[in-house]
Design a protein around this ligand. Sequence first.
Ligand code: SAM
Length: 282
Amino acid sequence: THFGFQEVPEVEKESLVGSVFSSVASNYDVMNDSMSLGIHRLWKDDFVSTMLPRLPASVHRNPARPGVAPAPEAPNPTFKCLDVAGGTGDIALRILDRAREKFGNREIEVEVVDLNPDMLHEGRKRVAQTMYYNTPQITFTHGNAQSLPEHIKDNSIDLYTIAFGIRNCTSLPSVLSEAYRVLKPGGRIGVLEFGKVSNPLLKEAYRQYSFQVIPVLGQIIAGDHASYQYLVESIERFPAQADFAQLMRDAGFQTGAMREGKGGAWKDYTFGVATMWTGVKA
Ligand code: SAM
């Protein structure tokens, strides 16, 4: 492969991933839009509404009313989300927006964890333009999905998301077992990642697009052919839908329990170009 990833030791792979994302950080949003023709927004919207179909009633506090003393009840637990490989905050901001717009909830908290300081920097800049700036609702932490920062305790998270990030990790089982460890029993995991296109005709067209067009777009828009070549190769290497679902079950997750009535461990978007896998910690 271009970077010969299979042969390089883990630490080196992590530093390569680091340089790829440092190089793409400032162009990240515009590249996503141009490579997917904006469709990644629809995938992410659907992913977040699936992962947050409702908020538990316990997180709705009575709104403060001027002149009325608050009820002397114990504070309700805050719904805690961890968005790993959260980069520029794309998923985190969608979670906060949905909580506020759909459920009138301004207490839910999302911690974004990412390995790359430049992506985190872009994320912080982006949040500074929003109403969540300087609130406890969103925080950014430098950390590795395979060994989450120490302050994230066992059984402490209600919702774990990882979007277009897990394929860059060296050990998928370690990512999944870390996710399992930090989730509360009953907590949910959602993984959004490029899948495999199964229709033979579309598969070939998609392959051509990936290998011929994406690195060229990377060159034209970001002046960086190699990073986008790496992204395409990392998509190729990622397991197929059923294989990844099995890895989730191996980590202890119940798959298919979340998508009410549908029973599937995953859902394909755009013929499998992207796929969402969901699971619940038993
Ligand atoms: N989740 C965002 C989104 O959907 O737009 C960002 C996805 S971006 C393609 C992949 C991110 O994964 C990068 O920000 C990269 O730094 C991060 N990443 C790669 N390996 C990681 C690891 N082992 N732990 C945490 N983050 C990692």
